[in-house]
Structure formats: structure tokens, C-alpha cells
Design a protein around this ligand. Structure first.
Ligand code: B12
Ligand code: SF4
Length: 563
């Protein structure tokens, strides 16, 4: 049991799937007296399948994205981590990343909204399965918007290999198991057998060991499945405390050269030639209301600097990388650890950046110096809200008084600074947005993204607005991010889209003027690549980017960046 239990936000409706998930987790449930009492003995049930074949195939499904969005070629860490652990305990495992394997393949799946999926077709997945013949198929769902792709694959899997067992994992199935099973039911047949909640490394290994004996443990930690036609939900009580004990992600089971060749990392405007992504920690306890990561994992757990060094060194030796992009939720939460980390990686002489947002308050002068000295060329500052009032709504701690100084301090040292803003939170006032945007014009960012607040499943915002009837379930599964889907905002959606849209154009002009030729020169080679139709780096475009028109560079950047 953890010593410090995290209190569940009072705003999360008690009848929501998110609340049901949180109360049964050790890290949050204890706080409301509904502790994870679930440490029950095993209850083995026969599987009735050909359990002699226990080869595991883990699949990262194709991605959904709107017309014109830039795609990404990032090796999927989730399945690579799980595979690393399975392999360590002697389980045969294979990986299929539908995104990279089917890079040139796109399908229009929602004509009205111009939504495509990119990645392997159903037929290609079927062929792969027929050839590979796994006994267990593990499907990973990191983005709720890709649920339909996961369901398409589970359906194909059950058709091609009806005796295989299909297990789903990742943030969305963990928090929304009922909806995941429901969406993956076709003609009355469920195509997902089990969901394993939370971190999959040890849970899937335990599941496979039971499977090898022809059994499933009905009480397994985090397992959800149907037994005698009833859905049985086990709480997720265990979290991996010692991240250093995990084997490295099994990237060697993925076609790594293809990722380097396509070369669209999280920050596609990179400095190095061969980029690798890294997670030095897991979790974030800040609880911003628009964020789902924090509910998936409040507990901030870190890897030791030496282990991170070893991992990077391994990638230098194996893949000849020259840049690292950190994908932590909150890289700098523990400042002392971050400083130590930067000291330790400095001798590797790499360029690095933080495409994910970092909190402005965590950037203390000393840490800044260490980060820059160790190779950081770009920092992303996630202000998210535009005003103090908005920060009260989102729960994000931002000291607005020294934002400008911090940006200037980075820029003086030639570090690029990208800003993240979330606009249109329920309760936000028009004057605050307008004043906030005027203030942004005075900030010396080298680029910035302005997101319209989205209800992401797993976030407090999603559950609160769903309970109020201001959104529907589907609104959390949408791939369009440039529109507001929340009703009764107090601001009209059109106003918001118009205000944000026209501000982006104004801001782009300001940045271009301020940065002079430097900006264009810095990104020139990347733009050349984006506009090369043969590379298919953007969804359904032939590399058409209008640098000076309404779809100017910043707007493109906006489509690229992520928090
Ligand atoms: C890296 C990342 C990206 C990368 C994607 C990289 C990739 N292809 O893998 C990029 C930059 C492309 C990206 C983009 C976006 N992202 Co993003 N991203 C992340 C981030 C920071 C890390 C994901 C990750 O790799 N984690 C590391 C692995 C090891 O952890 P994991 O995924 O949780 O996997 C573990 C378990 O879930 C489980 N598991 C996972 N799969 C399986 C399968 C089985 C069978 C089992 C048993 C277990 C299991 O075991 C794993 C190991 O412990 C997450 C935040 C987070 N912490 O998860 C946001 C996150 C996933 N992104 C999010 C969002 C919203 C976006 C964008 C929409 C942002 C935007 N406005 O544009 C875009 C959309 C991209 C798209 N679909 O087009 C949201 C998703 C919310 C939701 N409910 O959908 C998240 C959760 C962040 C947040 N603040 O809420 N993102
Ligand atoms: S948005 Fe960032 S700081 Fe806020 S809870 Fe999510 S990960 Fe933490």
C-alpha cells in the first residue's frame, strides 16, 4: 500500500467510469476509504483454448487524423516496454506497429469531418496474422480517438484466428472497459476477450503464464473480462515502483530503420539526424482538469540518471542516434533529479528537447543552465491557460509574473521556446481570452500552439461535461482538435474558433517579423521534406503548405505539437 494516498477530485462524478477506476486504485482509492481491498487469492478458470500456442503478438493500431495533419513515425513505447518484460521472462513475443508498416496507406473513414486513418489496411493485418499465428494478441490503445481502429483489428483477429485470445490494454481500455468491449462487439459477438488495466509489463506476463496452463485467473490484478456472461472488473492495485528494474523497451523487435528513414519524431523540427524518444519518469500528480495522464498515473516515479544514461548510450551504440526527445509527462517535477540527470547525460554530447510540455514554474535558473549545458536546444513551456483566472479553472500552477523573463533567458542562450496554450475551458471569459492573447503577443516565443480545449476521456473535464450533458461519448473519440465540442461554454464555439484562428495568423506574422530570416532558415530543410509528396508526411496532402496564407507555418506547427 502506498503511504501517501492521493485525493480524488470532488468534481469527478461519482457514477462515472473514471471515478469507478480511481476509487479502486491503490494510489487514489485509499483516500476515500474505499481502499483496494481486492488483494484476493487467485481464482483459476479454464480457458478452453489451444493454450499450447502462447506466442504473443502486440499490435499498435493505425492512427486517426484529420486531413492535412502531419503524421508521426515514433516507435510505440507502450508495446515495446511490455515486450521487453515478456521476453525477459522467456515468453515468445512479436511486435506489429501498423503505423510504420503501413505508412503510405490512408483510408478516409469520416467524410464529413475529413478524418483518415493511416497505417496497415485490415487486409494487410489479416495477412500478417495468418502468417504469424499468435496464440495471444495484445492490442494497445494510447489515444481514445483510435478506438475504432483497435476494434477493426480485434474483429479481423477473431476472423482470422478464432481460437486466439485478444487482450486490450492502454489508457482508454483501462478507464473505459465497458465502452471498449461495447465498441468492439460486432453482430453480438465480443471481439476482445480481456482487458488488462494499467501498466502491462508484469500483468501480461502473469496472464500468459496462466494461459500456458490453460487457465485465466478471474481475480488477477487489473483483469477485466466476461465470466458466465457477466463482466468481472478487478481493480488495478499494483503500480511499478522501481522503474529501474524494467528491461529496456524491445525496440529491436520493431523496424527501427524505417522510423529513422521517415523521420517524423514528436518534434519534427529537430536538430539531430537520428532521433530517439525516451521516458525518464512516469506519472504526474498535478491534476490539470483537461489531462488524462494524471488520472492514469498520479504517482510520479523516476528512473535513475545512470539508467537513463545507459539507455541513451545503448541507442548511440546500436542506432547511431544523435538526438533525444524526452516524452515524460512532467520531466522537471523533481528539480534535483532533473539537474542530476542533465549532469549525467552531458558527456554524451547530444542535442535534446522536450516536445511535451514542461511546467514554467519548474524552470529554476540553475536547472535552466544545466539543461542548456547538457544539449537542450528547445524547451516547450506549457502555460496552457492564458490568465490566472483560467489557471484556477484548470488547476495548472503557473506563475504568470516571470513567464516573459524565463522565455527571454532561454532565448538569450539561443534556446528555442515553444508555447502551449489551451483556450476555451468552460468558465473562461471572453475578456480573459482576448486580454490573454494580447499578452501572448508580447512574449518572445519562437513558436507556439493554441489548442481549443478538448474533452479527452480520462480527464476530469470530460467526465464533468459529460455529466452536465454538454458533450456526448463520441466527442471524446473525435480526431478533430481545431473545433470546440463543448456546449454551453458561455462562449460560442464559432467565436472561439474564429478568435483562435485569426490570432494564430496575427501571431505568425509577429513571430516571422521578430525572428527575421532566422526562423525560416532554421526550419527550411524540414519544410522541404514536408512539401515532398513522395514522403507522405501529411495526411491526404501532396505536400501542399501555404507559408503565407491562412494555413501558414505556425498553424502547421500547431498541428504538429502535442502536450
Ligand atoms: C508520446 C505521446 C504522444 C506521441 C505518440 C507517440 C506514439 N506513437 O507512441 C505523439 C507526439 C504523436 C502524440 C500526439 C498526440 N497526443 Co499524445 N501522448 C504521448 C504520451 C506523452 C506518452 C505515451 C507513451 O508512449 N507512454 C509510455 C508508455 C510506456 O506508457 P503507456 O502508453 O501508458 O503504456 C503502458 C500501459 O498503458 C500499458 N499498455 C499499453 N498498451 C498495452 C497493451 C496491452 C495488451 C497491455 C496488456 C498493456 C498495455 O502498458 C504500457 C507499459 O506500462 C501520452 C501521455 C502518457 N503518459 O501516456 C500522451 C497522450 C497519449 N496524448 C494525448 C493526446 C491528446 C495527444 C494529441 C491528440 C494531442 C494534440 N492535441 O494533438 C495527439 C494525437 C496524436 C494522433 N493520434 O494523431 C492524450 C490522450 C488522451 C486520450 N484519452 O486520448 C495523452 C494521454 C496525454 C494527456 N495529457 O492526456 N502523443
Ligand atoms: S497537463 Fe502536464 S502538468 Fe498537468 S496533469 Fe497533465 S501531465 Fe501533469
Amino acid at each position: 500500500m502506498s503511504k501517501k494516498a492521493h485525493k480524488i477530485s470532488d468534481n469527478i462524478p461519482k457514477d462515472s467510469p473514471l471515478y469507478s477506476y480511481l476509487v479502486t486504485k491503490e494510489e487514489t482509492g485509499v483516500s476515500v476509504g474505499l481502499s483496494a481491498t481486492s488483494v484476493r487469492g487467485p481464482n483459476f478458470v479454464d480457458l478452453n483454448t489451444d493454450y499450447k500456442n502462447s506466442k504473443v503478438l502486440l499490435i499498435n493500431p493505425p492512427m486517426c487524423a484529420p486531413n492535412g495533419m502531419t503524421k508521426r513515425s515514433i516507435p510505440p513505447a507502450a508495446i515495446a516496454y511490455v515486450a521487453g518484460s515478456l521476453r525477459e521472462v522467456g515468453i515468445e513475443v512479436e511486435l506489429l506497429d501498423c503505423v510504420i508498416e503501413g505508412w503510405g496507406h490512408e483510408e478516409l473513414i469520416d467524410e464529413k469531418n475529413g478524418i483518415y486513418t493511416y497505417g496497415l489496411s485490415d487486409e494487410a493485418v489479416a495477412d500478417y496474422l495468418a502468417e504469424s499465428k499468435p496464440g495471444i494478441i495484445g492490442l494497445s490503445l494510447v489515444f481514445s480517438q483510435d478506438l475504432r481502429n483497435l476494434c477493426k483489428i480485434s474483429r479481423v483477429a477473431k476472423k482470422v484466428l478464432p481460437n486466439s485470445i485478444v487482450v486490450a490494454g492502454g489508457l482508454h481500455p483501462t478507464m473505459y472497459p465497458e465502452s471498449t468491449f461495447r465498441h468492439c462487439t460486432f453482430d453480438g459477438e465480443r471481439t476482445i476477450d480481456y482487458i488488462l488495466r494499467g501498466e502491462g509489463e508484469y500483468r501480461l506476463a502473469e496472464f500468459v503464464f496462466n494461459y500456458q496452463k490453460g487457465k485465466v485467473d478471474k481475480n488477477q490484478d487489473g483483469l477485466i473480462g466476461y465470466f458466465d456472461r457477466k463482466m468481472v472488473t478487478n481493480p488495478e492495485t499494483k503500480k511499478i515502483q522501481d522503474l529501474d528494474s524494467l528491461p529496456l523497451p524491445a525496440y529491436d523487435l520493431l523496424p527501427m530503420e524505417k522510423y529513422f528513414e521517415v523521420d517524423m519524431p514528436a518534434n519534427p523540427f529537430h536538430k539531430g539526424k537520428r532521433v530517439m524518444h525516451l521516458h525518464t519518469s512516469r506519472g504526474c500528480p498535478i491534476e490539470c482538469t483537461f489531462c488524462s495522464s494524471t488520472n492514469f498515473s498520479y504517482a510520479f516515479r523516476t528512473r535513475s540518471p545512470q539508467i537513463v544514461y545507459d539507455e541513451i548510450k545503448h541507442y548511440i551504440d546500436t542506432y547511431d542516434i544523435d538526438e533525444v526527445q524526452f516524452l515524460d509527462d512532467n520531466l522537471l517535477l523533481n528539480g534535483a533529479r532533473a539537474e542530476k540527470l542533465f549532469d549525467v547525460i552531458k558527456p554524451l554530447n547530444l542535442s535534446w528537447c522536450t516536445p511535451n510540455g514542461t511546467m514554467v514554474i519548474t524552470w529554476k535558473p540553475h536547472l535552466m543552465e544545466k539543461a542548456i549545458d547538457s544539449g537542450m536546444y528547445q524547451a516547450t513551456l506549457a502555460l496552457d491557460g492564458l490568465t490566472e483566472e483560467t489557471h484556477k479553472l484548470t488547476g495548472k500552477p503557473v506563475d504568470m509574473h516571470n513567464v516573459a523573463d524565463k522565455i527571454d533567458a532561454f532565448r538569450k542562450r539561443d534556446v528555442l521556446v515553444h508555447g502551449f496554450f489551451v483556450i476555451g475551458m468552460p468558465g473562461e471569459k471572453i475578456e480573459d481570452i482576448q486580454n490573454g492573447l494580447e499578452w501572448v503577443k508580447t512574449l518572445n516565443f519562437s513558436s507556439a500552439s493554441f489548442f481549443i480545449a478538448q474533452p479527452y476521456p480520462g480527464a476530469e473535464l470530460y467526465e464533468v461535461e459529460l455529466a452536465k450533458g454538454n458533450i456526448k461519448e463520441e466527442d471524446g473519440l473525435r480526431a478533430v482538435k481545431a473545433k470546440s465540442f463543448i456546449k454551453n461554454l458561455g462562449i460560442s464555439g464559432e467565436f472561439l474558433e474564429e478568435t483562435v484562428g485569426s490570432f494564430k495568423k496575427d501571431y505568425e506574422k509577429i513571430i516571422k517579423k521578430r525572428e527575421g530570416d532566422g526562423w525560416r532558415n532554421r526550419y527550411e530543410k524540414h519544410f522541404k521534406r514536408l512539401t515532398n509528396p513522395d514522403l507522405q508526411l501529411m495526411v491526404n496532402t501532396r505536400g501542399e503548405i501555404n507559408f503565407n496564407g491562412p494555413d501558414g507555418v505556425l498553424i502547421q506547427l500547431d498541428k504538429l505539437e502535442v502536450d
